[in-house]
Design a protein around this ligand. Structure first.
Ligand code: NDP
Ligand code: 2IT
Length: 444
């Protein structure tokens, strides 16, 4: 790491021991920033980097709840309110057994720059719990969500901090969380959470937004090479919210999506993934991709690595560090042209470098998956004006936001002498906007 960045990064390591994912996220941003600091000495004078790596507030909660057998269970809840220079803290909640402070901080840190790139007035935050919704009854999930919100409610609000979904948190969980917030506060404060149901303040397109936005971004990248998604073979990891709607939009734009995965393996469906079947299996039955394979007569490869499949376009949409160097080499050997991250930090740093060295168009998550949080901001806008927009209008807004993010990343990369480097473009464009706002707002 270059010059004045190295001691600041060392300080981050010392202050945040054992938080490997947070270190990785900070390093990746810092590696783009040397030319920015040279150009803007005021950032160093105002200790912007030191401040931006330190969350404004970190909350850790005890979340007790009673399971269906009558046993008391204890989980840990988190909310990291990272940066409010551009607006109220905004970011999802993740419920997964792997969640600890280092995961929440990596996600919250990424969220600062992602939210900045959307052009919407939202700061960065993230939260979650090590609670595992898998295998739990609806009643258990409800009791957990109610207990979590009974602690969280005092920290959030439409002008303060606005959570949403992420892994393990979808419409069901947001419903239970919103109900408990409303009950405790005695306020119908629609703008306190996003990802709500359509009849109680939710926005059309929010469910689809992250996956659709990722595909819109990939399409923009292809456009720079006078190419399109038409006829492309697409492989998508994960089979949750982001993966399903990335698959749907890719198909709508003429691509053939042949594979999805979950943590038990992948399904290869050469006829093309059937969206209605995967939605039925995942969203209604809460099943697995193996159930999808069985129903469709498609191939299920237990414990298989989905990146061994040949793909023109690869969309990692599952989780962090799921695409390593060996997988990158397989994809490159298979002739991959575009990799766009629907998930947050799914590509390991060495895999990312391999894609860039091979001339693959690579979109980092903070740009490519920003459509989800951008549409959350559109949901907040509708809530504030007590309005509800049509699907088509909202999708047009999303598409134009994704076009703008692509353009901003591309022109920023060019301005800093790294044409085609969307990683540098996203980090620099996302960072400078936040840094300028922080300077304007004084030392806080
Ligand atoms: P979901 O909970 O809906 O789905 C997660 C999917 O990823 C599941 O299919 C899950 O499989 C799979 N997965 C999780 N861990 C692994 C693993 N170790 N190996 C293989 N598959 C795995 O979450 P989302 O779709 O909402 O989120 C996916 C990613 O997108 C995350 O990185 C999230 O942070 C990011 N993201 C989400 C946004 C949103 O709006 N929802 C917005 C921007 C980014 P299994 O069921 O087996 O665990
Ligand atoms: O990672 C993300 O951007 C999300 N999980 C969505 C956050 C949001 O507030 O909609």
């Amino acid at each position: 790491m270059e010059g004045q960045l190295a001691p600041i990064f060392d300080q981050v390591l010392r202050r945040n021991p054992g938080e490997a994912e947070f270190h990785q996220a900070v390093r990746e941003v810092f590696e783009s920033l040397a030319p920015v600091l040279t150009k803007n000495p005021e950032y160093a004078d105002a200790a912007i980097l030191e401040r931006i790596c330190e969350p404004e507030r970190q909350i850790i909660l005890r979340v007790p709840w009673v399971d269906d057998q009558g046993h008391v269970q204890i989980n840990r809840g988190f909310r990291v309110e990272f940066n409010s220079a551009l607006g109220p803290f905004k970011g999802g909640l993740r419920f997964h057994p792997s969640v600890y402070l280092g995961i929440v901080k990596f996600l919250g840190f990424e969220q600062i720059f992602k939210n900045s790139l959307t052009g919407m007035p939202i700061g960065g935050g993230k939260g979650g719990s090590d609670f595992d919704p898998r295998g739990k009854s609806d009643a258990e999930v409800m009791r957990f969500c109610q207990s979590f919100m009974t602690e969280l409610y005092r920290h959030i609000g439409e002008y303060t901090d606005v959570p949403a979904g992420d892994i393990g948190v979808g419409g069901r969980e947001i419903g239970y969380l919103f109900g408990q917030y409303k009950r405790i506060t005695n306020r119908y404060e629609s703008g306190v959470l996003t990802g709500k149901g359509l009849s109680w303040g939710g926005s059309l397109v929010r469910t689809e937004a992250t996956g659709y936005g990722t595909v819109f971004f990939a399409n923009e990248m292809l456009g720079t090479k006078n190419d399109t998604l038409e006829g492309k073979r697409v492989v998508i990891s994960g089979s949750g919210n982001v993966a399903i709607y990335a698959a749907q939009k890719a198909q709508q734009l003429g691509a053939n999506v042949v594979a999805l995965s979950d943590s038990s393996g992948y399904v290869l469906d050469e006829k093309g993934i059937d969206i209605e079947t995967i939605r039925q299996v995942k969203e209604i039955e809460r099943g697995r991709v193996s159930d999808y394979a069985e129903r469709r007569g498609a191939q299920f490869v237990a414990k298989g690595n989905i990146w061994e499949l040949q793909a023109d376009i690869a969309l990692p949409c599952a989780t962090q560090n799921e695409l390593d160097l060996d997988s990158a080499k397989l994809l490159i050997a298979g002739g991959v042209k575009v990799v766009a991250e629907g998930a947050n930090m799914p590509t390991t740093p060495d895999a990312l470098a391999a894609f860039q060295d091979a001339g693959v168009l690579f979109a980092p998550g903070k740009a490519a998956n920003a459509g989800g949080v951008a549409t959350s901001a559109l949901e907040m806008q509708q809530n504030a004006s007590r309005d509800a927009w049509t699907f088509d209008y909202t999708e047009q807004r999303l598409q134009s936001i994704m076009k703008n993010i692509h353009k901003n990343c591309a022109t920023t990369a060019e301005k800093y002498g790294q044409p085609g480097n969307y990683v540098a473009g996203a980090n620099i464009a996302g960072f400078t906007k936040v840094a300028d706002a922080m300077i304007a707002q004084g030392v806080i």
